[in-house]
Design a protein around this ligand. Structure first.
Ligand code: CUA
Length: 338
């Protein structure tokens, strides 16, 4: 499990996240001051009470003068002022950040559809579909259109922006903007069922040329997906490699296409057109599987294909029984979908 990649707020990596961060720091400072004042007053009260209960001849009564009135008045006015002040800053943060702006003129539009328990990601202008991984160019506003196919989810990339809910029957919009190239972890932030905690994703920010390259690669069907490739042709499995495992890829492809995989998954350029599960056209290019529950490697793919309900109970994928060599071929095929 990639448990070390817990989404964190720090360090903020966009203007929006910095704004949220400064609001958080303001609240931390005010909260700390209030805490110190309250604890000090409480301690003073306890110490004075202890002294006043020691037997003396002329112990003063519990109330003296107008002090209590003054302190009581401050105790009502000071919290009201603090709360109004913090609320005013909250409203300004909401106004200034992408949680409410719609970036209608953004050059990049990404559609994100929340599912139990993964994220479908589409680039409508480029005919690209992927899952649990959102690639964006740095230094510009990206319009993210959020919908849900089932229940309410919440889109949250703490280092980049605030949270926005994904609500069935409605499109909400969030503006994402990353200052620097990098990988930023996201997490569903609204309880949506058994595997809510394993509804993670990454936002990968690239500089402009790299992003264009990624987009172009994703818009092209993976080479091995084409039935004309693979059979007879050498399949390059790596730089400088000898003629690769042609037969394994072709055999794995055959297993994929003749099994129940195709009812739920799409591989562009093939007859696999299922839409219930993630689009697998470029599965091998992704960092993880199962929305963050496993890294994307052979061993994890094998576990996931055979026992998805053990790895992530309650997800929609049923286990598939295969002979060992069939499983190996199937994984080789999946790993060829770069
Ligand atoms: Cu989706 Cu929590």
């Amino acid at each position: 499990m990639i448990a070390s990649h817990v989404p964190l707020m720090f360090p903020p990596a966009s203007d929006d996240a910095s704004r949220v961060d400064s609001h958080w720091q303001l609240m931390l400072i005010i909260g700390s001051i209030v805490w110190v004042v309250v604890v000090t007053v409480a301690l003073v009260a306890v110490l004075r009470r202890r002294r006043s209960t020691e037997p003396t001849d002329d112990a003063p009564g519990p109330t003296t003068g107008n002090g209590h009135l003054v302190v009581g008045f401050l105790g009502a006015v000071a919290p009201a002022l603090i709360i109004i002040g913090v609320m005013a800053d909250s409203v300004l943060v909401l106004r200034d950040t992408g949680s409410t702006s719609s970036a209608t003129d953004a050059a990049t539009v990404v559609e994100v559809d929340g599912k139990q328990y993964w994220w479908e990601v589409r680039y409508p202008e480029h005919d690209v579909e992927t899952a649990n991984e959102i690639h964006i160019p740095t230094g510009q506003d990206v319009r993210v259109e959020l919908t849900s196919s089932d229940v309410i989810h919440s889109f949250w990339v703490p280092q980049l922006s605030g949270k926005v809910d994904l609500v069935p029957g409605q499109t909400n919009v969030l503006t994402l903007n990353a200052d620097e190239p990098g990988t930023y972890w996201g997490q569903c932030a609204e309880y949506c069922g058994l595997q809510h905690a394993w509804m993670r994703f990454v936002v990968v920010a690239h500089d402009e040329p790299e992003y264009a390259g990624w987009l172009e690669a994703q818009a092209t069907p993976a080479q091995a997906a084409d039935p004309a490739e693979g059979e007879g042709d050498d399949f390059e499995s790596g730089p400088g490699s000898a003629p690769g495992p042609v037969s394994d890829v072709a055999a794995g492809r055959e297993i994929f296409m003749s099994s129940s995989c195709v009812y739920c998954h799409t591989v562009a350029g093939t007859e696999a057109r299922g839409t219930l599960g993630p689009d697998l056209t470029h599965l091998a290019s992704r960092q993880m599987i199962g929305a963050g529950v496993l890294p994307n490697d052979r061993e994890s793919l094998a576990r996931w294909i055979e026992h998805p309900q053990d790895v992530k109970p309650g997800n929609a994928m049923p286990g598939t029984e295969l002979e060992d060599d069939e499983l190996e071929d199937l994984i080789t095929y999946l790993e060829s979908l770069e």
